[in-house]
Design a protein around this ligand. Structure first.
Ligand SMILES: Nc1ncnc2c1ncn2[C@@H]1O[C@H](COP(=O)(O)OP(=O)(O)O)[C@@H](O)[C@H]1O
Ligand SMILES: [Mg+2]
Length: 577
């Protein structure tokens, strides 16, 4: 190359001379690129600084359009020509932007473009000086972005929000096509997309990256950053046929994947995607890792926060259940004790009445009084009976029987009780449901529940009675309700009535708790139901919502063998289908 020779298209003497002087000067400046462009933007000269910055030798770029030095997204938007146009118009343009190195990596450049004109004002070309200011710019930007993310972390415990912010900031800083934050599902090896920045195919937003796919997985396994120029050709990963087909037409195949680490645990991955061929240099990898560390902190603290909220709620619930159980226990003991002693007194009263009545002649005037005392004592005995039932102190006559048969047996009576406007539907499980309990008391349970349902459906509605044989669920599946771990039969009674609010619902099983007018409710119906179910070794739970209806679910211990002489369960039942 002969430096003094000015390009052939420079027609003005003065411009040619000035260009030659600049050219001489530029040849000696290795710290920045300075070169000349034709009016159309072709590179005409190239200095040692250009080779240092961009990695191209003069013979590789002279004659090429300057857009070769711009990243693809800028070229697509026509930025190179637009900048030359502005320089031509204003004489000088001082602009910043990304520039490419020969290997596809990029640096942030400050580029000064000077339009070269002859004295007649004809544009003869451009002079360009390019400085690499990446370090300064990225130090500023990343410090700001990291501070922003840090501030967000201090105020937000929302994992999605933190993930999104990290993805957005990093995409801007690295000027990459898209950035995704994946969370590693606890207890599995799936990576689930938490946030995506940049344009993506819609299905990427809920992508689950399973075993064997790509750079993110490798980053999880190796616990360090993984850089791939092209996912398709990288030998470190094996792609399934489907995965290969799905990315073969995808333009974004260069990837930087950095693990989200908390101490030595990997909780996710930050994935940065760009056009195939883009190279992420060490500085960019370090930057991405700094963001990954922030994101990891954010995700971890939001997980811890969610966990402690859940634990706290669970504790409150358990405490409430315990308090309720203790209250019922205390009330039960009190009621049972009173009822027991009171019953003894009633026995004496009734016996004395009987003796007195026997001794009096048919027309004796005191006879009427004794009869009234006897009737009142019978009423009182009924009441104490209910209290004894609630406190699980009544005499049960336990037998093994098929609950389904019992329900069918009381069906006609329930229908009469419910009356016309209520529709009674029975959905009894297939095969016999053997339980060991007092069949008469189970009938009483059904009657009491049906009476309440009727009261809750004055305008009519539907009462569904369901049974099912169930195997034991996982322990504690019902939240510490004390479910028997043995097999059981479920009996569900559901109405479409008024329902209850939580305050009423919390107290339904308490003796004497009623919302009904004096005289129409005793508040003992459900207490008796509760006592019978508990005394039979079962559990009962009420669920209700105002305006929707109420469901009572009862679990009764199931017996696998029927009474002597009956058929084994599950083979043939004696019942008509
Ligand atoms: N199926 C139901 N639908 C709505 N509320 C009900 C239902 N069953 C019971 N309740 C509520 O529970 C209370 C207690 O019921 P219970 O012990 O049977 O007493 P009582 O029926 O005498 O009021 C009722 O007063 C009512 O408020
Ligand atoms: Mg009742």
């Amino acid at each position: 190359m002969t430096h003094a020779e000015s390009p052939s298209w420079v027609e003005s003497r003065e411009v040619a001379a000035a260009a030659a002087r600049l050219w001489l000067l530029a040849g000696e400046t290795p710290e920045y690129a300075s070169f000349m462009l034709s009016p159309a933007g072709q590179i005409v000269t190239w200095n040692i600084g250009g080779t240092r910055l961009h990695g191209y030798l003069a013979e590789e770029v002279v004659g090429q359009h300057v857009s070769r030095l711009y990243p693809r997204e800028d070229t697509k938007r026509g930025k190179p020509d637009e900048e030359l146009g502005r320089a031509a118009e204003e004489g000088r343009l001082d602009a910043e932007g990304w520039r490419l190195r020969w290997d596809g990596s990029r640096f942030w450049a400050r580029v000064v473009t000077v339009a070269l004109r002859d004295p007649a004002g004809t544009l003869q070309g451009f002079w360009q000086e390019t400085h690499d200011i990446t370090e300064r710019k990225q130090a500023q930007d990343s410090a700001r972005a990291l501070a922003d993310v840090g501030r967000l972390l201090a105020t937000s415990l929302n994992a999605a929000e933190v993930g999104q912010r990290v993805a957005d900031e990093l995409r801007a800083l690295l000027a990459s096509e898209n950035v995704a934050v994946y969370g590693l599902e606890p207890g599995s090896s799936d990576l689930v997309t938490l946030a995506v920045s940049g344009e993506v195919k819609s299905d990427l937003s809920r992508l689950v990256l399973t075993q064997g796919i790509g750079a993110p997985r490798l980053a999880v396994l190796e616990r360090r950053a993984v850089v791939m120029r092209d996912l398709l050709t990288d030998s470190r990963i094996t792609l399934t046929v489907e995965a290969r087909l799905s990315i073969i037409h995808a333009p974004h195949r260069a990837m930087l994947a950095v693990p989200l680490r908390i101490q030595d645990r990997v909780i996710g991955v930050l994935g940065i995607l760009d056009w195939a061929g883009r190279v992420f240099d060490d500085r960019e990898v370090r930057l991405a890792q700094a963001f990954a560390d922030q994101a990891a902190l954010g995700l971890e603290s939001s997980r811890l926060y969610r966990e402690s909220v859940r634990a706290y709620e669970e504790l409150l619930r358990t405490q409430e259940q315990l308090a309720q159980a203790q209250r019922m226990e205390a009330v039960g003991r009190l009621a049972g004790g009173v009822a027991h002693d009171f019953n003894n007194l009633l026995t004496v009263i009734t016996a004395c009445c009987k003796v007195g009545l026997n001794r009096l002649s048919a027309g004796h005037p005191v006879r009427r009084d004794l009869e009234l005392i006897d009737q009142a004592a019978a009423g009182a005995a009924q009441l104490t009976g209910q209290l004894l039932a609630f406190s699980r102190k009544q005499a049960l006559e336990a037998a093994v029987f098929d609950v389904n048969l019992t329900i069918e047996g009381v069906g006609p009576m329930l229908r009469r009780l419910l009356g016309e406007p209520v529709d009674l539907v029975m959905r009894l499980g297939a095969g016999p449901a053997w339980v060991k309990a007092d069949p008469g008391k189970i009938e009483q349970v059904l009657v009491n529940l049906a009476l309440n349902a009727r009261d809750a459906m004055p305008e009519g509605g539907r009462l569904v009675i369901e049974t099912a044989n169930a195997e034991p669920g996982p322990t504690g599946a019902r939240g510490g309700g004390g479910l028997p771990v043995d097999p059981y039969v479920t009996l569900t009674v559901r109405d479409t009535g008024t329902g209850m609010d939580t305050h009423v619902l919390a107290r339904v099983f308490e003796p004497f708790f009623t919302t009904k007018a004096p005289g129409s409710g005793t508040g003992l119906g459900l207490s008796v139901v509760y006592g019978i179910v508990k005394q039979s070794g079962g559990e009962i739970v009420a669920e209700s919502e105002p305006g929707t209806g109420t469901t009572f679910k009862i679990w009764l211990p199931r017996v696998l063998e029927g009474p002597a002489g009956s058929l084994r369960p599950g083979i043939v039942s004696g019942r008509s289908p």
